[in-house]
Design a protein around this ligand. Structure first.
Ligand code: HEC
Length: 126
């Protein structure tokens, strides 16, 4: 199965960049994330983390770490097709291809949210 996929990607690869990405994903994706290229996702994520905290804290912006890939991809597709209303995220999501969104999903989905503020919050609440 796998070998056939690689051969097919190689053939597509000659005719366009998409095939090259498919091949790259097949070769470098860690075994557990079948869909997205996590390393590519990490590279693309630098723009996102200025707003979305990697710690999973919110501060008004929803955390996007530790989400199932499908939820993440769905949200991005909704922004991209303007079915979900948010000018910032519509612009951002509009720049990415399906493969790039899957890569971002693989990266953010693999991060564990950690609430470093828990102690302070609990003390504040008494
Ligand atoms: C300028 C700030 C900003 C940047 C940069 C940004 N986002 Fe967002 N993002 C937001 C805000 C604000 C929302 C909430 C919008 C809404 O209410 O729908 C959001 C929502 C989301 C959601 C939906 C979350 C949910 O729970 O529904 C996802 C997924 C997401 N962003 C992914 C990304 C990714 C991936 C990137 C980088 C490629 C990125 N964002 C960059 C501000 C930002």
């Amino acid at each position: 199965m796998m070998a056939a996929g690689v051969v097919k990607s190689l053939q597509i690869g000659r005719s366009g960049a998409f095939g090259v990405w498919t091949l790259t994903a097949l070769l470098y994706a860690p075994p557990l994330s079948a869909a997205g290229d996590r390393a590519l996702g990490e590279y693309l994520s630098s723009e996102c983390v200025t707003c979305h905290q990697l710690s999973g804290q919110s501060q008004g912006i929803p955390p996007i770490v530790g989400r199932p890939d499908s939820h993440f991809v769905e949200a991005m597709n909704e922004y991209r097709s303007k079915r979900r209303d948010n000018a910032i995220m519509q612009t951002i999501a509009g720049k990415f291809s399906d493969a790039e969104i899957e890569a971002l999903a693989a990266y953010f989905g693999s991060m564990k949210p950690r609430d470093t503020k828990t102690d302070r919050n609990q003390r504040g609440r008494r």
